[in-house]
Design a binder for this molecule. Sequence first.
Ligand code: FAD
Length: 403
Amino acid sequence: MEEGHPRVIVAGGSLGGLTAALHLRDAGCDVAVHERSRLPLEGRGAGIVLHPSSVRYLEADGTIRVEEVSTRADRLRYLNREGSVRHEEPCRYRFTSYYTLYQGLLGCLEPDRYHLGSAVVDFHPDADGVDVRLGDGSIEHADLLVFADGIHSTGRSTLLPEVKPRYAGYVGWRGTVLESDLDGEAFESLHQAIVYYVGPNTHVLTYPIPDFDGSVESGRRRINFVWYRNVAAGEEIDDLLTDRYGEKHDVSLGPGAVQEGYVASLFDAAESELPEAIAQTVVRSDAPFVQAVFDVEVPRMAFGRACLIGDAAFVIRPHAAAGTAKAAEDGYRLSEAVAASGGDVVRALERWEPGQLEVGRQVLERARDLGDRSQFLGTYRPPDPYLSFGLYRPGDSWMQESA
Ligand SMILES: Cc1cc2nc3c(=O)[nH]c(=O)nc-3n(C[C@H](O)[C@H](O)[C@H](O)COP(=O)(O)OP(=O)(O)OC[C@H]3O[C@@H](n4cnc5c(N)ncnc54)[C@H](O)[C@@H]3O)c2cc1C
C-alpha cells in the first residue's frame, strides 16, 4: 500500500457503492468499483424521496442543482375514502428518480474505476490486505473491501451467514402515471402534494416525480404511487413473485413482469378501496410492479479490512424513505474515518462502525414499527410527526430551498 492512499475495492456499483467510492477517492484512496450487472443500472421506473444525505456529494461537487432534477411537494395531505381532505399541513419534500442520482454519481467517477459485468465472488483477508476474487477468476489485492452489494449481499452471506432477510408480511405495489393522463380533479388533488390514504391494514401514498425525460414542470411530470398490501408468507407471496413467464423471484418483479391476473385484481381493489384520485393513478399506471417488504438487521458492519454498507448491512422498510440516504451516509462517514485515521483502514473501520450500527438500528426499528402499525396493528394514526420520512429522526428528509 502506498502510505496514506489505501487501495479500496467496492463490491456493488449502485447508489451506495458509487457514493462510497466517490467520497473515498476524494479522501485519497485508490478506488475500484465492481458491479455485477453487465449493463449500466436503470431505475425501476419509480421515485426516490430525497434526503439531504442522498444529494450531499452531487450538490457539493456542483454536478446538480437539486431544484432542476427533482419535483417538490409542499403540502402533506390525507384523504378520506370518498376523496375529501381529512388533514393537510405544509411540508418540504423533494423527489427524483433512481436514474437521475445514479447517472449523476456515475458521471463523477473516472470510467476506468467502474467495472461492469464484474462480480465479487469471494475474498480472503491476510496480514496486510484482502485478496478479492472476481467473476472472471482474476484476483485483485486491496487494503479495504467495501460490500455495497445490496439485499442479497455476498459479503453478508459470507461474513454473517446466520443473518437472513425476513419477509414482513406485505408488499409495496408501485407504478407511475403521466400527470396529463389524470382527470382534472384528480390532478388538482395530487400534483403539488404528497397524498396519503390510510385504510384498514393498508396505506397508499402518491407524489410527483420527474418524467422519464427529466421534465420537472407541473403537468409534465408523473405521479408515483406506493400501495402497501398484505400478502401471506408461503404460497401466496411465492405465487405473486412468480413472473408471467413462470420464473420465481425472491424480492421484486419489475414493470411488465407481474402476472396479468394480479394486475387485474390490483385495479379492481383500487376502484373499490381507494379515493378516486388515487385509484386513477393505480388503474391508469403504465405497468405496476411489486416489491416484497423485508427487514435485514446485522449485528456488525466492520470485519477487519472488510465492511458492509447500505442494503448489504440493513434493509430498511420503505416507510422512513431512508434506504438511499442511509447507504450514502455509510459511505460518507467511512471516508471521514479513513481520512481521520491517516489511511489506517482497520482503525478507520473500528471508529466508523458504532455510529453506523446505531443509525441503522434506530431507523430499521422505526420503519418496522411504522409498517406494523399500518399493516397489522391498526395504530397508524395521522396526523403524527412520528410518521414523517427521515433518517436520523422523523422529518429530517425535508429539503431546504436554495436562494
Ligand atoms: C437497478 C436498481 C434500481 C433501483 N430503483 C429504485 C427506485 O426506483 N426507487 C427506490 O426507492 N429504490 C430503488 N432501488 C433501491 C435503492 O437504490 C437502494 O435500496 C438504496 O439506494 C441502497 O443502495 P445500495 O447501493 O446499498 O444497494 P442496491 O441499490 O441494492 O445495489 C446493490 C448493487 O450491488 C450489485 N451486486 C450484487 N451482488 C454483487 C456482487 N457479488 N458483486 C458486485 N456487485 C454486486 C447489484 O447488481 C446492485 O447494483 C434500486 C436499486 C437498484 C439496484
